[in-house]
Structures are given as C-alpha cells and as structure tokens.
Write a protein that binds this ligand. Structure first.
Ligand SMILES: Nc1ncnc2c1ncn2[C@@H]1O[C@H](COP(=O)(O)OP(=O)(O)O)[C@@H](O)[C@H]1O
Ligand SMILES: [Mg+2]
Length: 366
C-alpha cells in the first residue's frame, strides 16, 4: 500500500496522457478570420496617409489548439491580436467564431467579448499598481455585470488555477515578481471563462526559466479548460514549443501557414526560411544568440505606408522574379494544409510562370 502511494505520478502518467483533450477534440476551427485588413490613418511628411498594418489576413485556429503567429517587429501581430479580441475595429474582413459570423469592423456584443480575451506583453504596466491582485482579476467580471458572490468565487478559483497562493489576493503588483504578475494577467484573462485567449508576446519580457514555467502553466490550463490559444511572439523557439499550427506574417500579410511540425521542418516561403535560418540558439553560450535578423541582402523592411507592389517581400527576397513586382501571390495549399503565398510555388500565380522567370529560380536575382 505504502509503495503504491509513493509512486502516484508514475502510475497516473499513462492515464493522464490518454485523457489529453487535444487527442479527442474535433478538428474544427473555433475561430476563423476571412480577408481581414486594418489601415491606420497617419501623418507622414505633413500629409495624412494610410498605413496598411494588416492586409487580407485569413487564418483559422482549431478548437483546443494553439495557433502561433510569428514575424518581425512591426509586421502587424499586435494589430491582428487586437482585432481578434475586438479592441481594434478592422477596416474590412469577417470572423467566424463557433460557427457564427462576427463583424470585425463593428463593436462587439457583450456575449462575444466574454469569449475572447487577451494577455499582453508587459506584466507590470498591464496591472493597476493601486489595485490588489483580487481587484485586478475581478475587474473584467465587474465590467460584465456579474454578481459580487459570483465574482468572489471566480477570483478565488482563478488565482488558484494560475498557481498563486490564495493570500496573494490582497497583495499589490509591486510585491510580486515578473512571472507572478504575468500569472495575475493570465488569471484576469481567464476570469470570464473565455474560449479563446490571445497571448501577445505574453512571455517575451520574462527570463528564460520563468518563461518555461509560464508556458507549462498555459499548456496545463489549455488541457484543463479546453482553451484555444492564439500565441503571438517574435521568438520562433517559443512558438515552436507551444504551437500546433503556425502562421508567419510579413508586412501585414500571412505569407505561410501550416502545422508547426511541417512549417519548421520544411519552410516553404523564402521569408520563413530566412527567419528560421537566423533563429538564435537556445544555448546561452552560443555567440549567435540575440543577433538581429540578418538577411542575405541586409535590406531594410519596407514601410507599411507604401508597401512594395505585388509580393510585399520581394525587395528582400533572394529569389525575386519579374512577376513578383506585378502580381500579389495567392495563398496556395502545397500539402496537408501547408499554405504558402509565393510565386515560386504552383497555384500562387494567376498564370503559369514565363520561361525567363523559371530560369531565374536557379540564379537568384540579388
Ligand atoms: N494605433 C496605431 N496608429 C497608427 N499606426 C499603428 C498603430 N498601431 C500600430 N501601428 C502600425 O502598424 C504596424 C504594425 O504594428 P504592430 O501591429 O504593433 O506590429 P507588431 O506587433 O508585429 O510589432 C506598424 O507599422 C505600426 O507602426
Ligand atoms: Mg506587437
């Protein structure tokens, strides 16, 4: 008897594996974006111009799974995150959530707001320094008009769910570590029992060891509550670790998407290949760590105010061809829902490639 009690983890492990909800969930999308765009009106050289932050983005996230979104700073990840949870109204585009069509361009009804919540990057500035942890976590419940009895019970539950001791409820943010503060932010996002959580650079400000703890917490919470995540990060290692599917963004557009396994093993788009070749190693002794993205041409990212014609990546692409300046490549499915928008691949161009363009494939135009 005592022997069995000393090895509960070992005995439970296979059962826990078998009970993973991910294995039994239907593969239906919980949320789908259709041709979503967002333009900001900004001043440039004294004139009002349109900045194309997100352009024609279509993607989907499967229920109970994690969609990772990667791309360099300024490519539109946060704008897209805010559109998903309704903090930004898109210029155009639709969303399907749980089989219902939701406008991305209008304010959300309250019952939709509850179902999609967001965790932001900076654990400190996201919390009111003068509010206790319990007050911060209670806030979204109050906004949604929940009863004080329900709020008290929910706050207690969710603080425990994120692994914080109950007595932290009366603490203030400055009394907590960065990792603990991010647990509070996660608790606050979960307070309304959302089905979709958008995590925008949610672990990026944390030390590597704390990052791992928070990622494991997110994975545990996902299993327990069948949560669906959109996990946004510029860190490809972290995205590979947590994601089932991945979308790669460049200058407001999704250039490639697929399962994490297929995308990391066989990146198709030249931009994804570039990103993956410049992935910093996880090894702290490796001297290539923390180097900025350095492409072969070392060209600047163009401005979203005046993006390149045709393929937005063509000005940095080692394989650019004549057609790339003329025509925006269409997303085309290469295999098993691994989709790429690039004229190098069949199905992305409206016409088959002219002969001179095919020749240029073997001699990249630098
Ligand atoms: N509120 C805003 N007003 C004007 N431009 C914005 C606003 N928010 C973001 N942008 C611009 O939109 C582009 C995408 O920004 P963002 O979504 O924050 O990218 P990321 O999160 O990938 O770094 C950038 O060029 C940024 O300057
Ligand atoms: Mg951002």
């Amino acid at each position: 008897m005592t022997e069995i009690e000393t090895t509960p983890d070992l005995l439970d492990a296979p059962a826990a594996e078998a009970a993973r909800p991910a294995a039994t969930l239907p593969e239906r999308p919980l949320m789908e974006l259709l041709d979503v765009s967002k333009e900001f009106s900004v001043r440039s050289d004294g004139k009002r111009v349109q900045l194309s932050a997100v352009n024609g983005v279509s993607l989907q996230v499967r229920e109970g799974r994690t969609l990772g979104i990667v791309g360099e700073s300024g490519c539109g990840k946060s704008t897209l995150a805010r559109i998903i949870v309704g903090l930004h109204q898109a210029t155009s585009g639709e969303m399907i959530f749980d089989n219902k069509q939701i406008s991305t361009t209008k304010r959300r009804p309250r019952e939709v707001v509850e179902q999609m919540q967001m965790v932001f990057q900076d654990p400190s500035s996201a919390l009111n320094p003068r509010a206790t942890i319990a007050e911060s976590v209670a806030f979204p419940l109050q906004v949604q008009g929940r009863s004080s009895k329900e709020i008290a019970a929910r706050v207690k539950q969710v603080i425990a769910d994120v692994g914080l001791p109950a007595n932290y409820a009366t603490s203030y943010p400055h009394q907590l570590s960065g990792g603990q503060r991010q647990r509070v932010n996660i608790a606050r996002a979960l307070a309304l029992q959302p089905r979709l959580v958008v995590l925008d650079e949610a672990v990026s400000a944390l030390d590597k060891s704390i990052q791992a703890q928070v990622l494991n917490l997110l994975t545990d919470l996902q299993r327990e509550y069948q949560l669906t995540y959109v996990f946004i990060s510029h860190d490809l290692n972290v995205v590979e670790y947590i994601s089932d599917d991945v979308a790669v963004m460049y200058l407001g557009q999704v250039v490639e998407r697929g399962s994490a396994a297929s995308l990391y093993e066989k990146p198709l788009h030249p931009y994804t290949q570039l990103l993956l070749s410049s992935i910093p190693s996880m090894d702290p002794a490796d001297s290539t760590r923390d180097q900025p993205l350095d492409d072969a041409n070392n060209k600047e990212i163009p401005s979203p105010i005046n993006p390149p014609s045709g393929c937005r990546f063509r000005t940095r692409c080692p394989h650019a061809m004549a057609i790339c300046a003329e025509e925006a490549p269409r997303p085309s499915n290469q295999a098993d829902d691994h989709v790429v928008a690039c004229h190098l691949y069949p199905g992305s161009s409206s016409t088959s490639l002219p002969e001179q363009d095919l020749r240029s494939l073997t001699a990249p135009a630098l």
